[in-house]
Design a binder for this molecule. Structure first.
Ligand SMILES: [Mg+2]
Length: 175
């Protein structure tokens, strides 16, 4: 029987294990912070989400869409299910598999993502986009058996075209 994980927005397909996994953070990658200057000049569209204003860089949607043919994208963010609930229409993305962290999520850090990402990507190539990669993340990546690429973003800028170019090259084994 074909099993699916049902989110509030619809069906999330079974993992496509023929592609590498791409773990996608939200804060500092899609939802920006720390930029300079007045809010009206912010490089994003402000969205009220659960009563909090988030600066969503809507152009990251087209960048993530470029990555869809090359990777299985998954959400690796403290937003958990809220990423599918709030971001899909803004970014033009299909519902993605969601990692859960059992209350361990802490803004401004990423070490609590290691075990769930590792479990999901076991036996597969993995790329991970995040603004909060620290030494523990790099040690973990270096210790993985499978090829692993960490992509650090600037939280005030988010995911750029240059990141996407590197990720597409790497997905084909060209980096
Ligand atoms: Mg982040």
């Amino acid at each position: 029987m074909f099993a699916v994980h049902v989110s509030r927005l619809g069906r999330v397909p079974e993992p496509d294990s023929t592609k590498p996994v791409l773990a996608v953070d939200v804060d500092g990658v899609i939802s920006l912070f720390g930029f300079e200057g007045p809010a009206e000049n912010a490089p994003c569209k402000f969205q009220l989400i659960d009563g909090m204003a988030h600066c969503i860089a809507v152009e990251t949607g087209a960048r993530l869409q470029r990555l869809l043919p090359h990777y299985e994208l998954i959400w690796a963010t403290g937003w958990e299910d809220r990423a599918n609930e709030y971001l899909l229409l803004l970014l033009g993305l299909p519902a993605l598999p969601v990692l859960h962290f059992g209350g361990a999520a802490r803004f401004g850090s990423a070490h609590w993502k290691l075990e769930p990402i590792g479990d999901y990507a076991q036996g597969r190539r993995l790329a991970w986009i995040d603004d909060s990669l620290d030494a523990s993340c790099h040690e973990w990546a270096a210790a993985r058996t499978e090829p692993t690429l960490l992509v650090q973003t600037d939280a005030a800028v988010g995911l750029t075209d240059a990141h996407v170019d590197v990720l597409i090259d790497w997905s084909g084994g060209h980096v």
